[in-house]
Design a protein around this ligand. Structure first.
Ligand SMILES: Cc1cc2nc3c(=O)[nH]c(=O)nc-3n(C[C@H](O)[C@H](O)[C@H](O)COP(=O)(O)OP(=O)(O)OC[C@H]3O[C@@H](n4cnc5c(N)ncnc54)[C@H](O)[C@@H]3O)c2cc1C
Length: 267
């Protein structure tokens, strides 16, 4: 059970950050994960008065405030226009609509959970995180940092002409994924580049980048070879949801399907 001493709703980011420096303080997002834990929290810091609940299209980037819910992301037209149904697909299986109306992107990314669909999806895109104290850094760097006392303000996705696909496998609907995979491709510095992100390995999502020039009419066998190569470059572990070998097999299948879908659409 979680026990909370004081509940505070700061009026400024500075106040929120200062309060969070105490060892027994915690920032809250939607509280959906934290409330299940066992902790004695002296001060819980609610960020909901700080204007962090908007998704803004700023021309060359999309800025998602940390307090935006997963449901907002699922329904965001700007993300849909850029990446089709991929982003919505990445959150669609998380529990249910009421849950997604409360769980936040800030809590999901800050938590760096191994099972995270959200992290797996955004890691493959050109994504940055904006931190109150730590500035703006790549999500791929943030994901490997140890949790500290900073506050995550927003997730920033740089717009570019990239194709994005997302897939996950669950043993039962709404369960945590057994494996989750994103594939993204686009031209980077004049080179065709493929990004692969695999999460729920069961370790947290990791990113792989490849400069592969694959013709749109590549045969199924060739795509399968590339998918196999990508899948073998990640490490996998075993837990109650599946063995390392099973996960690697599923990753290979999902990557192959996602690559084939991108190639079929044409780049
Ligand atoms: C039953 C259940 C099933 C789930 N299934 C899935 C699933 O299948 N796939 C999936 O991807 N996710 C799943 N999740 C995770 C969920 O989607 C959210 O990621 C999780 O609830 C955290 O989001 P939150 O807003 O509730 O954060 P909270 O629980 O409020 O916070 C989580 C952590 O992040 C910190 N934090 C929150 N916001 C900030 C911030 N702005 N700055 C700094 N630190 C911050 C908190 O201090 C805390 O340590 C599941 C969760 C539950 C409870």
């Amino acid at each position: 059970m979680i026990t909370i001493g004081n509940y505070v709703k700061p009026k400024t980011l500075e106040e929120a950050y200062e309060l969070n420096q105490a060892r027994s303080s915690r920032v809250m997002g939607g509280m959906m994960w934290m409330r299940l834990g066992n902790a004695r929290v002296k001060t819980i810091i609610d960020l909901s008065d700080l204007g962090l609940d908007q998704i803004e299209d700023e021309g060359n980037v999309i800025k998602i405030g940390a307090m935006c819910t997963l449901r907002q992301i699922e329904q965001c037209e700007a993300l849909k226009e850029l990446y089709g149904d991929g982003i919505a697909e990445s959150v669609r299986h998380i529990v249910g609509v009421q849950f997604r109306n409360q769980a936040t992107i800030g809590g999901s990314i800050y938590g760096r959970f191994g099972f995270s669909d959200v992290l797996t999806a955004f890691l493959a895109l050109d994504t940055f995180v904006e931190l109150y104290d730590g500035g703006t850094i790549r999500l791929s760097e943030f994901v490997n940092r140890r949790p500290d006392k900073d506050i995550l303000l927003s997730i920033i996705v740089r717009k570019s002409k990239r194709k994005f696909r997302y897939g996950s496998i669950r043993q039962t609907k709404t369960d945590f994924p057994v494996i989750a995979c994103s594939v993204v491709t686009g031209m980077v510095h004049g080179q065709e580049t493929w990004y692969f992100s695999v999460g729920a390995r069961p370790m947290k999502a990791a990113l792989l980048e490849k400069q592969w020039e694959i013709p749109s009419d590549a045969s199924e066998e060739i795509i399968a070879e590339y998918a196999k190569q990508a899948a073998t470059e990640f490490t996998y572990g075993s837990n109650m949801r599946g063995s390392a070998e099973y996960r690697q097999h599923l990753a290979e299948v999902l990557i192959r399907r996602e690559m084939a879908s991108i190639l079929a659409e044409g780049r």
